[in-house]
Design a protein around this ligand. Structure first.
Ligand code: SF4
Length: 316
């Protein structure tokens, strides 16, 4: 039993696209986030720790080229890899002046980089930045992908987590990005205590309707020194159980367009300062449990993807 029996797997997609296995190399920039520095909010999303979304990167004091080369050498040696994606991962990687952004992106275009992936917020997508990326893509022959944090389509949940934007900004950014030949990966968290199964279905329907290309599912984890950590310690929230998380992921996949590529179905967390993560279970065990259940229920991605293009006209 393998993942690809049930949903479209990212590593298979990369192999189809590039003809071989491709590895993502994280790049850290000395940037921040408009939801932390007061531009749209302070304190950030209630779950966001000091790393701003990642804990696996090299220091941002090292040059971009050195970060890439260092990681590339390790992976080349270990897996005989030849092609790589430069992944601008931490915080909000378009939250800087356009000229600075241009400089950083150009620094990442080195030998064996076939794609540049940029993680950002929907309210940090602007036409002139996209236009620059399109020019770079054409000039240097690198593909562009953009990872957008949405987390939930529920307005009230987004307010609750202090997200600083709602679904409207996500829709706007998708319409703008889709004018170009870029892949878009949306990030969602399916175990918010404030969402229910109807929100999960709506998450799947909205990303499908907006032609998102890829999905990264994170499971909510709780770290020290965050507002969510405070709420957890004060017993102000009731966490979703592992069984319910699995049910939510399966339901989400059933409603999702089967063409959408799944980068990840569960998150991981740093060991230090973590108060709660994945029900004290390894992420791969949860994944195996989910696949078992999908097999048992004859479930698969897209099983209930029947709601677009005039659903109510089906008998006419
Ligand atoms: S948008 Fe990302 S980096 Fe900014 S506060 Fe939220 S989780 Fe942290």
């Amino acid at each position: 039993m393998k993942e690809s029996d049930f949903y479209r797997v990212y590593s298979d997609y990369l192999r189809e696209k590039y003809g071989e296995k491709v590895y993502k190399l994280p790049v850290s920039l000395p940037t921040t986030c408009p939801n932390r520095d007061g531009c749209v909010g302070t304190g950030g999303c209630i779950f966001c720790g000091e790393e701003g979304g990642s804990f696996e990167n090299l220091s941002n004091t090292i040059s971009i080229e050195d970060q890439l080369v260092k990681n590339m050498e390790l992976i080349k040696k270990k897996y005989k890899a030849k092609k790589f994606i430069a992944f601008f991962q931490n915080f909000t990687n378009t939250y800087m002046e356009l000229e600075t952004f241009k400089k950083y992106i150009k620094e990442a275009i080195i030998e064996d980089i076939v794609e540049i992936s940029i993680s950002t917020r929907p309210d940090c997508i602007r036409d002139d930045y996209l236009e620059f990326l399109d020019n770079i893509s054409k000039e240097y022959g690198v593909n562009i992908s953009i990872e957008l944090g949405l987390q939930s389509v529920n307005y009230h949940t987004l307010n609750k987590i202090n997200r600083g934007h709602t679904l409207a900004e996500f829709i706007d950014s998708m319409i703008r990005i889709k004018k170009y030949d870029f892949d878009v990966c949306a990030h969602l968290i399916l175990n918010f205590p404030w969402d229910d199964i109807d929100d999960i279905i709506e998450n799947a329907k909205i990303v499908s309707a907006l032609s998102v290309d890829q999905i990264k599912l994170h499971s909510l984890y709780i770290v020290e020194n965050t507002e969510l950590g405070r709420m957890y310690k004060n017993k102000e929230i009731k966490l979703v159980s592992k069984e319910e998380y699995i049910e939510r992921v399966i339901t989400f996949l059933e409603y999702l367009n089967p063409d959408i590529v799944i980068q990840r179905i569960i998150g991981r967390a740093p060991e230090e300062n973590t108060l709660f993560v994945n029900w004290n279970t390894s992420w791969w065990k949860i994944k195996d449990e989910m696949l078992e259940q999908m097999k048992h229920k004859n479930s698969y991605q897209g099983k209930k993807f029947n709601y677009l293009n005039g659903k109510a006209l089906k008998n006419l």
